[in-house]
Design a protein around this ligand. Structure first.
Ligand code: 5GP
Ligand code: MN
Length: 329
């Protein structure tokens, strides 16, 4: 079962939340639907309980999630005085980026996450790799105290489930995640609306960019890889992260065991998105490279030029594939 409501850590989290007045909620850099959905969902739940809540994320909310209720209130940095910090969907403290500042060091931090690679950096750590999304854990947290789920909360949390499972298609999709989705739909969230807005709509420029990347993709020893350069992205006037969907799309290629998408960023870093078929895991290789993630979808961010990063990452992936024979699934 995804999130066992009998877990003692749930009681401990509720105890901390119960005595805290001002709470800072944080999520990861380059946020995805689960990051934003969990942040807004828990934020609304805590405000409904009378808490003074600040929501922070280092990077702007992607346009894809701009329609979710409450996005306008998300700030880039957690400034001010807080009794409690809750970190959502972050596998390591680096993932909080600028949203977390040094002067928060003395404030107790609760770490709520579903990445198998989580480094357990909080005072309290609730890490559940069986949950398909952090949003599923937020629902379990609310259900533990029978907190009412408003339509807004349900919409935010279902967005997290839908985006992290690509609408319930990833191999970790199970009865518990479907049950959670059903509960959120019963609370008023629209599955077709969320799926269309968060997964099935993108600007034509993104498709053109993907077209260039697809044309350049290479397949060797089970690894399919491609790249998106800064110049390409700029020529289509695109910023930030439009490559997550590309990695997912490429993972449908039958000949590929692992997919790698290299995306050159504006700051001299290269964002690396990894995907693996069931029976192979990219979580460990991502962790070794300073990132993290899930067995089937992971990533890391490396400094250096594209050619160097490609060499380092592809070497690691091939070494991993040679050492770990692919299991039957
Ligand atoms: P995506 O390829 O969609 O950006 O990311 C897939 C998964 O890998 C997500 O679960 C995400 O949290 C994780 N991931 C992506 N990039 C990084 C990174 O730079 N560092 C860490 N720790 N995880 C990452
Ligand atoms: Mn997630």
């Amino acid at each position: 079962v995804g999130s066992d409501p009998g877990l003692p850590v749930l009681g401990a989290i509720h105890e901390q939340v119960g005595v805290a007045g001002r709470i800072l909620l944080l999520t990861h850099v380059v946020p995805d639907g689960d990051a934003i959905g969990s942040l807004l969902g828990l934020g609304a739940l805590l405000r409904d309980r009378g808490k003074d809540v600040t929501l922070a994320c280092s990077d702007p909310v992607p346009g894809l999630y701009g329609w979710l209720p409450g996005t306008a209130g998300i700030v880039a940095r957690g400034n001010g005085r807080f009794d409690l910090v809750i970190c959502l969907d972050c596998s390591d403290p680096k993932r909080m980026g600028q949203a977390y500042s040094e002067d928060l060091k003395s404030v107790p931090l609760i770490n709520i996450d579903h990445h198998i690679t989580n480094t357990r950096f909080g005072l309290l750590n609730w890490v559940d790799p069986a949950a398909v999304a952090t949003a599923q854990m937020i629902l379990a947290l609310a259900e533990h105290k029978a907190w009412p789920i408003t339509v807004d909360v349900a919409t935010c949390l279902l967005t997290g489930l839908v985006t992290d499972t690509r609408s319930f298609r990833t191999p970790n999709t199970d009865q518990a995640s479907m049950q959670a989705a059903l509960g959120l739909m019963e609370a008023g969230a629209s599955l077709p609306d969320i799926t269309r807005r968060a997964l099935d709509q993108r600007p034509l420029a993104v498709i053109r960019l993907w077209g260039q990347a697809i044309e350049r993709c290479q397949l060797e020893r089970g690894v399919l890889w491609t790249e998106v350069t800064r110049d390409q992205r700029q020529s289509w006037a695109l910023d930030g992260n439009s490559e997550s969907g590309l990695a997912n799309f490429l993972s449908s290629v039958r000949e590929a065991t692992v997919v790698v998408v290299f995306a050159e960023q504006d700051n001299g870093l290269v964002d690396v998105g990894l995907r693996a078929v069931p029976g192979t895991s990219v979580a460990e290789v991502a962790l070794r490279l300073g990132g993290g993630g899930h067995p089937q979808a992971a990533g890391c961010t490396l400094a250096g030029d594209l050619a160097y990063v490609k060499r380092v990452v592809l070497h690691e992936v091939w070494t991993m594939l040679e050492q770990e024979p692919v299991e039957d699934t």
